[in-house]
Design a protein around this ligand. Structure first.
Ligand code: AMP
Ligand code: MG
Length: 341
C-alpha cells in the first residue's frame, strides 16, 4: 500500500482513515504511535501485523478527554481521577479494569486496559474527529527504537500503514509512564515523562515493578507484558556505562576503539575525536539536562543503524526524575549489559 504523508492541516483525512479501519501514524508528545480504531478488532489486529508485535503484548487506548475514561473502564478508583487532574493531558498511562466493549485483541486478553489522554493537541484533535478511542503502540517495528519524528516512523512503516501525520519532533521523546491502579499500592510498570517523584506527590505510595530496573529471569512475567521483550535495540550491541559522568566518559575513552559508536553527554564529545571523525558520536545533551537526553535517546540509538559500527558505548544518567526513564530505555537497548564505574 502507499503511505499518505499528511500535514497538520490534513487531520480530517487521518480521522476518516481511522474511522474506516485504517492504520495511521500519529504524533504524540512521547513518541509517534501506530494508531487504529480501538473498537475495531480487525484494525487493531492489523497493528500487530504491521509491527510484527507479539500477540500477548497489549496496546494502550488513547482518548481525547478524561471524561471518556468511564466508557471503557469500570471500578475506577478516585486516585485515577486525581492523577488525571494532575497529569492529563500528558505522558501518563493508567492501567484500570476494562469494560466488555474493549476488544480482547487490544488488551491481549487481560481484564485490564491501559488508558492515556495525550498531551499533544493535534493528536487529541485527530482522536476527537475520529470519534473513537485510538489503540496505539509506538510506531516502530517491534524491538526497534521508538520513532520520535515522522521520518523515523517511515523508516519502519512506509508501505505498511495508510497514512502518517507529521506533527514535528516529539517533545518528551520516551514513551508514557505506565502506572497500574488495579493493585495496592499502585505500581510503576514503566518509567516515562511523568516521573516517579511526581507520582509520589499525588499517591501515598508507589511500588516500582522489578522489570523497570533489571532483566526478567526465564519464566518470570512482568505485569506490563511489553517489558519482557528485548526492546529499543539498534543492530549493534550496546554497553551502558553507568556512574559519575566524568568517570563513565573516561571509561569509554579507555575502551572504545576506532569503528565503535559512542553515545555521550555533550561535554564529553571532545574525548572521542577518532569516532567523531567517523560520524560515530551521538551527543545526548548536557549531563545535567535529562529532559534533553530523553528527547535524543531514540534518535541516537536509531542513527547507528545507518552506519557500520559494530559496538556502541553509552553514558547513562542517574535515575532521578526522567533519568529513570532514560536509564531504563538504555539498559533495555543494552539487554542490561551494564558496567558500573
Ligand atoms: P507501546 O505503546 O509500544 O509502548 O506499548 C504499550 C505498553 O503498555 C507495553 O509495554 C504493554 O505491555 C503495556 N500495557 C498496555 N496495556 C497494559 C495492561 N492492561 N496492563 C499492563 N501493561 C499494559
Ligand atoms: Mg513500543
Amino acid at each position: 500500500m502507499e503511505t499518505k504523508y499528511l500535514t497538520q492541516n490534513e487531520i480530517e483525512t487521518a480521522a476518516a482513515i481511522l474511522r474506516e479501519g485504517g492504520l495511521v501514524g500519529i504524533p504524540t508528545e512521547t513518541v509517534y504511535g501506530l494508531g487504529a480504531n480501538g473498537l475495531d478488532t480487525k484494525a487493531v489486529a492489523d497493528i500487530f501485523t504491521a509491527k510484527g508485535r507479539p500477540q500477548d503484548n497489549p496496546l494502550i487506548l488513547h482518548i481525547p478527554d478524561a471524561d471518556w475514561l468511564g466508557r471503557y473502564c469500570r471500578d475506577i478508583p478516585d486516585t485515577a481521577y486525581e492523577l488525571a487532574r494532575c497529569f492529563w493531558p500528558g505522558p501518563l498511562t493508567m492501567v484500570l479494569p476494562r469494560r466488555d466493549n474493549v476488544p480482547d485483541v487490544v488488551t491481549a486478553g487481560l481484564d485490564t486496559v491501559g488508558m492515556r489522554c495525550p498531551g499533544h493537541a493535534l493528536c487529541r484533535e485527530i482522536i476527537a474527529l475520529a470519534g473513537v478511542p485510538v489503540a496505539a503502540p509506538s510506531g516502530n517495528t517491534s524491538g526497534r527504537p521508538s520513532p520520535t519524528t515522522a521520518q523515523h516512523m517511515l523508516e519502519d512503516m512506509d508501505g505498511r500503514i495508510h497514512a502518517i501525520v507529521d506533527g514535528g519532533p516529539c517533545g518528551v521523546g520516551v514513551e508514557s509512564t505506565i502506572i497500574d491502579l488495579t493493585c495496592t499500592p499502585p505500581r510503576l510498570l514503566r518509567p516515562g515523562g511523568v516521573t516517579l517523584e511526581q507520582l509520589r506527590q499525588v499517591l501515598d505510595e508507589v511500588e516500582v515493578d522489578a522489570a523497570v530496573t533489571r532483566q526478567m529471569k526465564a519464566g518470570e512475567k512482568p505485569k506490563a507484558p511489553g517489558m519482557a521483550y528485548r526492546h529499543y535495540a539498534p543492530k549493534a550491541p550496546v554497553t551502558v556505562v553507568a556512574g559519575d559522568p566524568y568517570r563513565s566518559a573516561a571509561y569509554i575513552a579507555d575502551h572504545a576503539v576506532a569503528g565503535d559508536g559512542v553515545i555521550c553527554f555533550d561535554e564529553y564529545i571532545s574525548l572521542f575525536p577518532e569516532q567523531a571523525g567517523q560520524g560515530y558520536v551521538a551527543g545526548l545533551g548536557r549531563a545535567v539536562d535529562k529532559e534533553e537526553q530523553a528527547r535524543h535517546i531514540f534518535d541516537a540509538l536509531r542513527g547507528f543503524d545507518h552506519t557500520a559500527v559494530t559496538a556502541i558505548w553509552a553514558q547513562c544518567p542517574d535515575t532521578g526524575g526522567i533519568g529513570l526513564a532514560v536509564a531504563n530505555r538504555l539498559n533495555k537497548a543494552a539487554g542490561f549489559h551494564i558496567v558500573e564505574v
